[in-house]
Design a protein around this ligand. Structure first.
Ligand code: T4K
Length: 375
């Protein structure tokens, strides 16, 4: 949280990506150049994969070129019946729902639960029918879905469970990695994520048998030089991005600690304001420190806050508004009329600029502005 004269004129955006140590990264790039091996499951890919298994506390992890590929390929690996229905939340980034359509499946929207913005487990069962094949929950902003109840429902109806953990790098729930819950868990390592490989992501499969299928789906469906056994795609993570990720493993830890401090300043200042809702993390789940979402009084107060902040060169973001059910490709999707909480929250949600070295005067400015328009 150091300030400089540059900071005073700098734009304050919703996030600021972490960067690797330049010496370490340059050293890796030199090795990549000399090796003549730039992609296709190279040395740095394999090193990062091994490190991330340990960092994320999971057994089966496959690296991919972005979080959207992680979702698309992860779902594909489950071989769900064509045109079957996948129950999901509209309160997420477009990639979540798009990944269902890309698999020739049908998304069905379920509303969110008001406290944590995650899929409302009390509303899932009423959406299940003979065509339902899976539930796709999103640990939105890192808040964990009710994984216990979702598993119970999935087991009862024989459904697969997929989690979008794009916001949950390093999250631990009930003493286990968030990646241990569900059949497939998709991570994003995009530049805007706490841990990034510039573009990148990972698929965690909690079924060991699925691993070789995922590996080949990432690589065109190739099994060996003579056999292509499935309609795969090219979703490989290249060596430079993998090396960037390896060098970022240290930066990530530092950033995590810094964000903890920023989080408590926001939390202590905003938590008790009238007309502002800051969701708490459940005691059994660690905070991923990916976003700092607040729910404001109404659409009008949100616009006032956004406008006032922009005067000071501060740009908060309306993640997630519009919600996915508002997007053109989803206009005729089932369940759109029952999204009361999602439709209310999309008008009030705001993700505040949230990163380790956000200047203190900007932080104070944001807190002051929200307090002013939340009376
Ligand atoms: N599931 C969920 C729940 C997700 O949120 C996402 C992605 C995915 C799946 C798919 O994962 P990926 O396929 O992307 O790996 C951004 C990110 O591009 C996207 O990854 C993220 N979620 C989404 C929530 O945010 P935009 O369209 O808002 O990006 P943009 O360009 O407006 O950037 C956001 C802010 O970050 C800006 O204020 C500027 C800053 N920024 C951005 C970039 C790219 C930087 O400071 N440096 C940068 O390099 O989508």
């Amino acid at each position: 949280m150091e300030e400089s004269s540059d900071d005073l004129i700098q734009k304050i955006l919703v996030t600021k990506p972490i960067k690797p140590n330049i010496q370490e990264f340059s050293h890796y790039v030199q090795q990549i150049i000399e090796s003549n091996w730039f992609t296709n499951f190279g040395k740095f890919h394999n090193l990062l994969q091994a490190r991330l298994k340990s960092v994320l506390g999971v057994d089966n992890l496959s690296l991919v070129n972005n979080g959207t590929s992680a979702l698309i390929v992860g779902i594909k690996s489950l071989e769900l019946p064509e045109k079957s229905e996948v129950i999901t939340t509209p309160f997420t980034f477009a990639a979540t729902c798009h990944s269902i359509i890309w698999n020739n499946l049908v998304p069905v929207f379920c509303d969110i639960e008001p406290n944590t913005f995650t899929i409302d487990v009390n509303k899932i069962e009423s959406l299940i029918n003979k065509n339902t094949s899976a539930i796709l929950g999103v640990h939105v902003y890192g808040y964990p879905c009710n994984v216990t109840k979702i598993k119970e429902i999935a087991d009862k109806y024989g459904l697969k469970v997929i989690y979008d953990a794009a916001h949950s790098f390093g999250s631990v729930l009930n003493g286990k990695s968030i990646g241990c819950y569900g059949d497939i868990v998709a991570y994003s390592f995009h530049a805007t994520k706490l841990f990034n490989t510039i573009e990148g992501g990972a698929i965690v499969s909690n079924n060991q048998n699925n691993l070789s299928k995922i590996h080949s789906l990432i690589n065109f469906g190739i099994v060996d030089q003579d056999n292509v056994n499935s309609v795969g795609i090219n979703a490989k993570l290249n060596e430079v991005c993998a090396a960037w990720g390896l060098s970022n493993l240290e930066s990530y830890k530092e950033e995590y600690e810094k964000r903890k401090k920023v989080y408590s300043i926001y939390y202590d200042s905003l938590k008790n304001l009238r007309n502002v809702y800051v969701p708490d993390f459940p005691p059994n789940c660690s905070n991923s420190f990916q976003y700092f979402p607040v729910l404001l009084k109404n659409a009008e107060s949100r616009e006032l806050v956004l406008h006032e902040l922009s005067i000071h060169n501060i740009y908060a973001r309306k993640y997630f508004s519009p919600i996915c059910s508002d997007f053109l490709p989803y206009n005729s999707i089932k369940g759109r009329e029952f999204l009361k909480v999602s439709n209310d929250y999309k008008n009030r949600i705001l993700c505040l600029p949230f990163y380790g070295d956000i200047p203190e005067h900007s932080l104070n400015n944001i807190i002051h502005t929200i307090s002013k328009f939340s009376l």
